[in-house]
Design a protein around this ligand. Sequence first.
Ligand SMILES: Cc1cc2nc3c(=O)[nH]c(=O)nc-3n(C[C@H](O)[C@H](O)[C@H](O)COP(=O)(O)O)c2cc1C
Length: 167
Amino acid sequence: MLKEDIEHAKRFFTTTVSLLTTASKGKRNVMACEWTFNVSYDPLYIAVFVNPKHYTYDLLKESSEFGVNLCSIDQAALAHYVGNVSGKTVDKFKEFNIKTMPSKFIAPPLINGSVLSAECKVVKCIKLGDHVMFVGQVLRALVDDERKPFAMHLGKLHYLGKRVAKK
Ligand SMILES: Cc1cc2nc3c(=O)[nH]c(=O)nc-3n(C[C@H](O)[C@H](O)[C@H](O)COP(=O)(O)O)c2cc1C
C-alpha cells in the first residue's frame, strides 16, 4: 500500500556492493560501498560516495586514487565484515585474510574473486549532504563473466532473479 515515509524511502533503492580499496603513505584499507556507480562511458568514470567519518575518506583525500571491486555472491560475508569495522583500528586485509592482486597504475590492491575490478584516478570530488562523491577515471578494468553479483535491497542481499519480460 502506498504511504508517505521518507525514512523508509532511503532503503528502497536496489544496488550492487563494491569493496573499495585505498592506500596512502604505506597504509591500505578496504570498505564496503553500495554507492558505487558508473557515471560516464567515454571516458569510463565510476563515482563512489563515502562518509567523511570513514578511514577510507582520509586515504582517498591523501592519495586521489581508489580500486573498485564489485562483489560476487562469494564475497557477501566479506562485504559484511569490511563494512562493519574501521581500518582506523584494524588491518582488514590481515584480519579477514583477503586475497589481493597488485594494481598496475594505482597503489591500492585489487581483490580476488570480484565480478569487476577497476583502477581509478580521482578527477572530481564534491561534498553532497553527509557523503562526499569521488569520481574516478578508470585506468584499467578486469571483468569475470563467470562470477555473479548480488543485489542489496531493504538492507538485505539477494541473488539476481529471472529476466523480466518486456511484453
Ligand atoms: C553492505 C554495505 C554497504 C555500505 N555502503 C557504504 C557506502 O556506499 N558509503 C559509505 O560511506 N559507507 C558505506 N558502508 C559503511 C562502511 O563500509 C563502513 O562504515 C566501514 O566500516 C568504513 O570503514 P573504514 O572506516 O575502514 O573506511 C556500507 C556498509 C555495508 C555493510
